[in-house]
Design a protein around this ligand. Structure first.
Ligand code: NAP
Length: 318
């Protein structure tokens, strides 16, 4: 292997973000990079020995760490303790094994939903640890925040180049479209599909008023490659569309209705929890580095995701 050859291991490689990175890597191959995408079938990352064995097998020089126990509001509300424990163990196994095996760079994934609940807007990268997260997902949030603590620790104590990115709500092909466990947008797509098929109303959970910045998984994947190749800070960077591109759940639902050409009744079940009202994030730091990066317009990205959902029933995770 040439001295400058990179071996990039992507944990969580079978998921929404991992599949998008795989696709973007195929489109812009580089000779000095060998990519390996792994899932829980290759190694259960809650198991330290299995994690070590996988690193010994692939000998990565770089790691994109995506693997996590994830889910939407309703799964978080039910399993806060599991979210904390499972994610803490996975992260410790991946980061410590990376350190022990001399991995040159690790890019881990945080999320904008880990920011303090009571905050000023827009949220930026300096605010990760400023106060308690929303009570609905405190387990996931504290586990994710500790990645930043570990990155700083591995850097100050051992000189490691471990960093993290903070995406907003991601959506795209290969998402989890399960209604109970998944995120809001794939849930809306699944519900419109069912409502269309059964000629029943499309019921949106909550009031539709909360606001979110959605990022298309393929845009996020392109940004991940940039972070891996060019970004050299230990501090996290928010990967998001601009504040002006935030939409309400109602607007997102209407885009799904339009993309899937649904003509039936749309209802809002206001008995269901809305979750955090908004978590508007600033992408000023990203824009300082990449002023010209073009995000896919949300209407087009939702249309592409709906098309993928309808055309790939065998690949849809329900
Ligand atoms: N989706 C979002 O809106 C969003 C927003 C912000 C941040 N993020 C972060 O982005 C990252 C990727 O999320 P995603 O949406 O792509 O998730 P996803 O589609 O649910 O994929 C999760 C991935 O993690 C793997 N995994 C889970 N438990 C594992 C274990 N014990 N051992 C090994 N692998 C395990 C899964 O493998 P299997 O397929 O084998 O189960 C899968 O590849 C996560 O760190 C998440 O916190 C996501």
């Amino acid at each position: 292997m040439a001295a400058d050859q990179k071996v990039i291991l992507v944990t969580g490689g079978s998921g929404l973000v991992g599949k998008a990175i795989e696709r973007v890597v195929q489109d812009e191959k580089r000779d000095d990079e060998k990519w390996i995408f792994v899932s829980s079938k290759d190694a259960d990352l809650t198991d330290r020995d299995a994690t070590k064995a996988m690193f010994a097998k692939h000998k990565p020089t770089h790691v994109i760490h995506l693997a996590a126990f994830v889910g939407g509001l309703f799964r978080n509300l039910k399993y806060n303790l599991d979210f904390f424990r499972v994610n803490s163990i996975i992260n410790d196994n991946v980061l410590h094994t990376s350190y022990e095996t001399g991995v040159k760079k690790v890019v881990s994934c945080l999320s904008t939903c880990i920011f303090p609940d009571k905050t000023t807007y827009p949220i930026d990268e300096t605010m990760v640890h400023n106060g308690p997260p929303h009570s609905s997902n405190f387990g996931y949030s504290f586990a994710k925040r500790m990645i930043d603590v570990q990155n700083r620790g591995y850097h100050t104590q051992h000189g490691c180049n471990f960093t993290s990115v903070i995406p907003t709500n991601v959506f795209g092909p290969y998402d989890n479209f399960n209604l109970e466990d998944g995120h809001v947008l794939p849930g809306l797509i699944n519900k419109v599909h069912t409502a269309k098929k059964n000629s029943t109303p499309f019921v949106v959970w909550g009031t539709g008023s909360p606001r979110r910045q959605f990022i298309y998984s393929l845009d996020l994947a392109r940004l991940f490659l940039w972070v891996l190749r060019e970004y050299n800070e230990i501090d996290p960077i928010i990967l998001s569309v601009g504040e002006e591109d935030e939409v309400s759940i109602r607007e997102a639902a209407e885009l799904v209705v339009e993309a899937m050409d649904f003509k039936g009744e749309v209802k809002y079940d206001t008995e269901k929890s809305d979750g955090q009202f908004k978590k508007t994030a600033s992408n000023a730091k990203l824009r300082k580095y990449l002023p010209d990066f073009k995000f896919t317009p949300i209407k087009q990205a939702i249309k592409e995701t709906c098309n993928w959902f309808e055309q790939n029933p065998d690949k849809v995770r329900l």
